[in-house]
Design a protein around this ligand. Structure first.
Ligand SMILES: N[C@@H](CCC(=O)N[C@@H](CS)C(=O)NCC(=O)O)C(=O)O
Length: 226
């Protein structure tokens, strides 16, 4: 039985990626949620991985940490189900996943994942606009070349979509201006039953992590009154 160690579903973008991939694979797995920003957070995470970060996948005595390593491990367990079957598509899927893993710092820091709020559209600066343009180009290119078989980047849901799910939520939460084809892809991701289940659980959480909150009045606060 697999166990995925994750953090708050409201804020933890890295946790969401492998969780949704495992859910889309139809795997039965347990989860351990370690809330961020608590006095025992570091100790609890370190009990599972010396890297001190979630997500961590536990498979019997094996420990796999770091999102991309977990996706690759899942790809070994389920060949042909995480990355596209076509070699050129797989090369692109891995490249854009690695680009996401290592990049888009402006977008990530200006627009932290927060599934509980929605913010008014406003100019978030040139660096965010550059990240957004690159994200839209990546999605458009993958969809045009390999997306004919379904609504996702490579047709069927893949590890590349899993890597970009929190980007989709950020574009949605902060109402960044996107083209219609980008919006259609975002809607396909946001409408996944697995994503909706994650979001529903996130909205039931009561933890607030100040570091992950932007200093801005939201248009909507889904957890207000809790
Ligand atoms: N490179 C790591 C990043 C993981 C990461 O930054 N996780 C955050 C939560 S989203 C974390 O564990 N933070 C714990 C802490 O900083 O105390 C990955 O891809 O999994």
């Amino acid at each position: 039985m697999l166990t995925l160690v994750i953090a708050n579903k409201l804020y933890s973008s890295w946790s969401l990626r492998p969780w949704l991939m495992m859910t889309e694979l139809g795997l039965a797995f347990d989860e351990i949620v370690i809330p961020l920003d608590q006095p025992d957070t570091a100790t609890r995470i370190l009990a599972h991985s010396p890297a001190g970060k979630v997500p961590i996948l536990l498979d019997g005595p094996l420990r796999v940490w770091d999102t991309l390593a977990i996706l690759e491990y899942l790809a070994e367990l389920h060949p042909g189900r995480v990355w596209p079957a076509d070699r050129a598509a797989r090369a692109l899927a891995r490249s854009i996943s690695a680009e996401m893993h290592a990049g888009f710092g402006a977008l990530r820091s200006a627009c932290p994942m927060n599934l509980g709020k929605r913010f008014a559209r406003r100019d978030r600066g040139p660096a965010v606009a550059r990240d957004l343009a690159r994200v839209e180009a990546i999605w458009r290119d993958a969809r045009a070349r390999f997306g004919a078989g379904g609504p996702f980047l490579f047709g069927a849901f893949s590890g590349a979509d899993a890597m970009y799910v929190p980007v989709v939520t950020r574009l949605d939460t902060y109402d960044l201006p996107v083209a219609p084809d980008t919006r259609a892809y975002m809607d396909a991701v946001l409408n996944l039953p697995g994503f909706q289940a994650w979001r529903e659980a996130a909205l039931k959480e009561t933890w607030i992590v100040p570091h992950d909150e932007v200093d801005e009045e939201p248009l909507v606060d889904h957890r207000a009154g809790r």
